[in-house]
Write a protein that binds this ligand. Structure first.
Ligand code: ADP
Length: 401
């Protein structure tokens, strides 16, 4: 196999992210992002090494139409002609069916469809991407990589909810966990930086983007994580509440006249940092507002960090003795303040921050932001696209994942 270029496809509910990735180096030959699909403002931005930057209006386009525009653009890239060897799709929910990347066939499509009830915003969009790519690239292997797959090693003790067992057996109501591709990448990269074999490495990886989750990794396997049946459980996120008393949901439904749809909207789209601050779901905006004295912004950041520290402490029971605590995602990689506040809460567990290294995100020390004599804490940028590309290449080459 001479080329190792893979087209990586990530379909959100109203967005489409595409990239041609060189799977060995991780280099992006082309990247495209289509946003606000299904609205008059839909548009796509393409950045290509060969052809520079292009912005295209896509008024009211769906995923299929956006994909078509990209495919036409790709065909004009002389350099890439015939060099892409596979398409790799991110699929959010794989239920209990999938624990590694697989090639798309009828049965796989049916199983992704069967998991749509558990991820109604994501899996149908992911299927759209698979159908569009199959149409435009019929000769290429289509591979799917699941957000849930890395967490399929969770033990029963971590994945069962304490509800009647029949609901797990008959309806598969259990904890699945998400962001698996990111946690998997962080595990490999952390082990590499630590100079240790993955299967001997114990980690706590924290992915803080718009969605946030943490994962306990014991000897190279995910053994607990903060997200559950859906990506709503766990940490405080941009617009999602994370953990709350299920009684609160009953209260909304029974005593406050909320419908299931309104409750969904409240907890998934109006809560988290946005709900607490009444201002924004964006950590950068909140930090700026907090600096100028906005009390609600300050409170939202404080709740976010406290809850994160509490979860890290809880996850430690599954992965002590810890080789490293890893911060990643847009917030984890860039927010000096969030790392500082979170580690301050974790001082009783022995965590210490090197203030200067934290200021530069550990860039001068392989990501390390704690002193040598304290538990290892690192900042490691995540790369889900490269994992998708590598997953596809290994599968095609017949390597075990
Ligand atoms: P997504 O989950 O959509 O991929 P990202 O991983 O890009 O999101 O993370 C987005 C979050 O990262 C936003 O809350 C954003 O404000 C935050 N972020 C990015 N840069 C900074 C920064 N310099 N300081 C604080 N927060 C930041």
């Amino acid at each position: 196999m001479n080329s190792s270029l893979v087209l990586v496809v990530n379909c959100g509910s109203s967005s489409l992210k595409l990239a041609v990735v060189e799977s060995k180096s991780g280099e992006r030959v082309i990247e495209a992002l289509a946003e606000r699909l299904f609205t008059p403002k839909a548009s796509m931005e393409i950045r290509s090494q060969e052809m520079g930057e292009t912005r295209i209006g896509l008024s009211d386009a769906d995923h299929g139409q956006a994909f078509e525009v990209f495919a036409t653009h790709l065909a004009a890239e002389q350099e890439l002609n015939g060099r892409i060897i596979a398409v790799s799709h991110r699929v959010v929910h794989g239920g209990e069916y999938f624990h590694c990347p697989v090639l798309v066939d009828e049965e796989v499509l049916q199983k992704i469809e069967a998991c749509s009830g558990l991820a109604p915003l994501h899996n149908p969009a992911n299927l759209q991407g698979i159908h569009a790519a199959t149409k435009h690239f019929p000769g290429l292997p289509q591979v799917v990589v699941f957000d849930t797959a890395f967490h399929q090693t969770l033990p029963e003790t971590a994945y069962l909810y304490a509800i009647p067992y029949g609901l797990y057996e008959q309806q598969q109501l259990r904890r699945y966990g998400f962001h698996g591709t990111s946690h998997h990448y962080l595990m490999l990269e952390a082990a590499r930086r630590l100079g240790q074999a993955v299967e001997k490495t114990n980690l706590l990886t924290v992915h803080l983007g718009n969605g946030c989750s943490a994962c306990a990794i014991r000897r190279g396997r995910s053994v607990d994580t903060t997200m559950g049946l859906t990506p709503l459980e766990g940490l405080v996120m941009g617009t999602r509440s994370g953990d709350l008393d299920p009684g609160l949901i009953l209260h909304l439904l029974e005593h406050m006249g909320y419908s299931p749809e309104e409750t969904d909207e409240l907890l998934n789209h109006q809560s988290g940092l946005l709900g607490l601050s009444g201002l924004s779901n964006d950590m950068r905006t909140l930090e700026e507002s907090a600096r100028t004295g906005n009390r609600q912004a300050e409170l939202a950041i404080e709740v976010f960090c406290f809850r994160l520290a509490k979860s890290v402490a809880a996850l430690t029971v599954s992965c002590a003795p810890l080789d490293a605590l890893v911060f990643s995602g847009g917030i984890g990689e860039n927010s000096v303040l969030v790392r500082k506040r979170t580690l301050a809460w974790l001082e009783p567990l022995g965590f210490v921050l090197d203030k200067q290294k934290n200021e530069v995100h550990g860039e001068d020390s392989d990501g390390r932001i704690s002193p040598k004599n304290a538990p290892d804490v690192r900042v490691i940028p995540t790369d889900e696209e490269v994992m998708l590309a590598r997953g596809a290449v290994s599968l095609i080459a017949g390597e075990s994942p």
